[in-house]
Design a protein around this ligand. Structure first.
Ligand code: UDX
Ligand code: UDX
Ligand code: ADP
Length: 461
């Protein structure tokens, strides 16, 4: 029986390993993590991350061919194939601070693999890493192994899942990318990994490349997606200035088959753990290679995203007669997008901080994000701070508020009874739709002053 070990039980490692276990009953999958609390949550009825469909997959496999453990060394020692999905945050100090990927966790995982291995291993990069990381990992592995003659093959097999649709993305991927050395041993390792995916992914969706193309493709993929959002968000500012409607512009663009329909929703800005981190990483790699113009090109994608968030705050404050001081504002949605509890780099953090900077009183509601998490993200303790209140439902958040900001496109915000909430708000009552999800005309008929990204401004506003 082939044994697989997945190091890192986070947003990527957890769902990915669970789906491999589901689709390959003949393979034993051990998911390991140094975090005891994470592992005990994976072994409980309350999984550490929310992802539609995940619970069902875990319940089906856990205790059969899927296990979660903190005994990292044992399972690495026993495995033939090791997927590494540890976190690679942006460095906060030292060389490349603020841009370069921090590979500390990766390096310690690699040293641990070398330390405990006494048989050949295929080591797979799942987490997004800078291009040429495999070279460094290879050196760490070969220089630290105690048993002579062990062969390590490093493959790059980046994960393209999106949070909120992780299980669907894993079950039915657009493509699976496998990069490896192009010598006979490398090609053999590529085939072994391909054999796992062919349990459920059609052959023609599995692309094999050299190591560096696979590593760079992941960074390129996220950079291209983020660039589309910043492009449409830049257009949204111009729409507001000219009377064009960004949703109409998006529609026109989407019908050009060279452009296509996806990732053209103007928003308050993109968030999530990947886009900003990976673009900054790309910027750093470009700079390290002396490619200043290329670095500047990608840096602008981030700048437009920052601009979009601050533009939103500016719009809220100016619409509300240049002061939000002491005014209650309801914040609906805190996660970086719907159907996830993840708040990493969510635009809500900057928007809330911006409004708090103008002394607004925030009443925050998100269906999946905990109060504790929101407090952590805003670096405050809500209890005792009268400016921030985290509440349990949308109606409570909106009651007696001057304005409502929609920051995440949760479906339930569409079905709020806006007539009812209007009655209980201070007048004039404002709605700032940062996700363009509400029916602007309907809200205006009720009496709201409405601001929507990239749409003509309310004449009353
Ligand atoms: C373009 C638009 O495609 C068309 O919809 C619009 O109406 C007019 O402008 P055109 O300029 O005729 O059409 O040619 P196009 O095929 O889009 O190529 C424009 C330039 O981009 C060319 O220099 C082409 O070589 C270059 N290009 C195009 C690339 O370098 N890479 C590509 O992947 C595609
Ligand atoms: C992304 C990539 O899509 C995925 O391929 C990669 O593996 C990981 O990074 P994820 O961060 O989970 O996935 O979410 P995604 O759906 O890409 O959304 C990222 C951000 O962009 C969210 O804040 C979302 O709200 C925003 N977004 C997305 C828009 O503002 N407009 C859009 O049209 C699409
Ligand atoms: P991602 O979104 O990339 O999955 P997460 O932060 O959710 O990122 O998950 C990464 C996981 O990797 C964390 O649970 C962390 O505890 C784990 N981890 C980091 N370093 C190691 C290591 N050396 N060995 C085992 N697990 C690790």
């Amino acid at each position: 029986m082939v044994k697989i070990c997945g190091i890192g039980a986070g947003y990527v490692g957890g769902p990915t390993m669970a789906v491999i276990a589901l689709k390959c009953p003949s393979i034993e999958v051990a998911v390991v993590d140094i975090s005891e609390s994470r592992i005990s949550a994976w072994n409980s009825n309350k999984l550490p991350i929310y992802e539609p469909g995940l619970e069902e997959v875990v319940n089906q496999c856990r205790g059969k061919n899927l296990l979660f453990s903190t005994d990292v060394e044992k399972h690495v020692h026993e495995a033939d194939i090791i997927f590494v999905s540890v976190n690679t945050p942006t460095k906060v100090k030292g060389l490349g601070a603020g841009k370069a990927a921090d590979l500390t966790y990766w390096e310690s995982a690699a040293r641990m693999i070398a330390h405990v291995s006494n048989s050949d291993k295929i080591v797979i990069e799942k987490s997004t890493v800078p291009v040429r990381t495999a070279e460094a990992i290879g050196k760490i592995l070969t220089h630290n192994t105690k048993t002579k003659g062990i062969n390590y093959q490093i493959l790059s097999n980046p994960e393209f899942l999106s949070e909120g649709t992780a299980i669907q993305d894993l079950l039915n991927p657009d493509r699976v990318l496998i990069g490896g050395n192009q010598d006979p041993q490398g090609l053999d390792a590529i085939q072994k990994l391909k054999a796992i995916y062919t349990h459920w992914v059609p052959q023609d969706r599995i692309i094999t490349t050299n190591l560096w193309s696979a590593e760079l493709s992941k960074l390129a993929d996220n950079a291209f997606l983020a660039q589309r959002i910043s492009s449409i968000n830049a257009m949204s500012a111009l729409c507001e200035a000219t009377g064009a409607e960004v949703s109409q512009v998006s529609l026109a663009l989407s019908k050009n088959t060279k452009i296509g329909p996806k990732f053209l929703n103007a928003s308050v800005g993109f968030g999530g753990s990947c886009f900003q981190k990976d673009i900054l990483n790309l910027v750093y790699i470009c700079e390290s290679n002396g490619l200043t113009e290329v670095a500047n090109y990608w840096r602008e994608v981030i700048k437009v995203n920052e601009y979009q968030k601050s533009r939103f705050v500016h719009r809220v404050v100016t619409s509300m007669f240049n002061t939000v001081s002491g005014k209650k504002i309801a914040i609906l949605g805190f996660a970086f997008k719907k159907d996830t509890s993840d708040t990493r780099k969510t635009p809500a953090i900057d928007v809330c901080k911006g409004l708090l900077g103008d002394d607004a009183c925030l009443s925050i509601y998100d269906p999946r994000v905990t109060q504790n998490q929101i407090e952590k993200d805003l670096s405050i303790s809500c209890s005792g701070v009268k400016h921030v209140n985290v509440v349990g439902d949308a109606y409570e958040a909106i009651r007696d508020a001057h304005g409502v900001c929609i920051l995440t496109e949760w479906d339930e915000f569409k079905t709020i009874d806006y007539e009812r909430v209007y009655e209980n708000m201070v007048k004039p009552a404002f709605v700032f739709d940062g996700r363009n999800m509400l029916d602007v005309d309907k809200l205006r008929k009720i009496g709201f002053i409405v601001y929507s990204i990239g749409k003509p401004l309310d004449q009353c506003g």
